[in-house]
Design a protein around this ligand. Sequence first.
Ligand SMILES: [Ca+2]
Length: 466
Amino acid sequence: MKPVTDARWSHRGHRVVQHVVLVGSLVLLAACAEDPVVPDRGALSGFEVRLVAPVEPGSPAFPLPFTTMPLEVELDIIARDRRGERMRGFDGEVRLTSVPGRIAEAERTVRLVEGRGSARVGLQYTYGDTRIWVQEQAPEGEMSSFGLGISPPLFFAEPRVRNVRFNPDNPAGLSPLFGREARIGEGILMVTNVVANGFYATDVGDALPDWSTGREPRGVGQEPWTSLFVFTFNFPDGITIGDRLCSLAGGVAEFQGQTQLTFPNYIIQGVGRVGEVPDEAFLDPADPGAPGACAYRTEVDGSLVQVLPHVLDEATLGDNTLVRAWDSALVRIEGGVLSTRFDDCDFDGSGQIEGADERACRSRCQRDLTCTEMSSLRQFDQFSASVGGIAFEVADATRAAGYDPLAGCAPHAGVEGDPDDPPGYRCGDAGRQLRSVTGSLRLVDLGGVVLRVVIPRFETDLVFAP
Ligand SMILES: [Ca+2]
């Protein structure tokens, strides 16, 4: 076996793999030298791993599709001695590992009889150049001879946003690529919102017609699980709503129930940007009268594409599992009303809600759909709203939309320390009824309580009822 030095391995995730392969090869070389520590199985040189199925392992130019459902892979594994001959004296178990990718635990151990065995495994969640490692599983209490084998390469397409977001084993669960380094190598990625510590992107390519399946697309921005938050820590300079990302890679992380790409690398196409002023021609055809119906747009292969907000119905908005499909997407909530009461529960002015009285005050306010506790307004530019008895939050409205939620409200003296009547503001109903609010949906899971936060992009995303 020779160390892998494939120059096509270009991105970070693959470089990590390459290092592992090299280290593994060194270990194997060490094991090949005369080694008195493992005399009885020391004749094992390694494993030859033949790929029986799939017959077409893919190639960089024509990769196999990204595997969400397990793809059956069959291997013929032969133990070789130092002369390169089949080691008939080898009866034992080997462990299979896919790099990258996943093999179900129950399929990972294979028994070789008289130095040979067949493995049939389901391979999942792999991308790029993929190899299956075969490693000797030494019997309990015995030392491994470090016998190792590596399959020929299989080539898979890189994941698209949907593959990062949707977990087919558990739609309410973590990303199937959680903890891994991934490059979103498929799809057409468009920036839908830029916030203080990152940006939101949607794979508009997932909404284009799929000629291979004949499936009718639901429309740009209308496909669930096709949006992702990219966490840049600081404000991402030089990126604007409507930009197309030509390349996006990063670590797949989960933060407060939201799947994120962290430590990202990305390239902006730039030419797709069409300026700050939406064009009349790109009004939302479903509702051309609505201010803010214009989405920014991106040029893809000569055609202009825009992400239209997905209208979240109350059944979806109110369901913690269903709503996950729309996390990080551009959504619109129709109707609703903003807070009419603002309670200042920070009685001692410490900046924190602490102590029994302050907590009781905040709890009362959180149960009240009309109430916003003022520390969340001060800290996060975030206030409460509700529609059909379902609470949601509007964040960044002052920064992004120039909206002052305290405009038209009267100071309320209240009683400091009284959870039921704290100081704050009281606002009339006038100007608080929404026709719609549009923005990026961010779900914040606070240990079972899931906040639905809508982050507008610009002023026209808040539309008030006349
Ligand atoms: Ca306090």
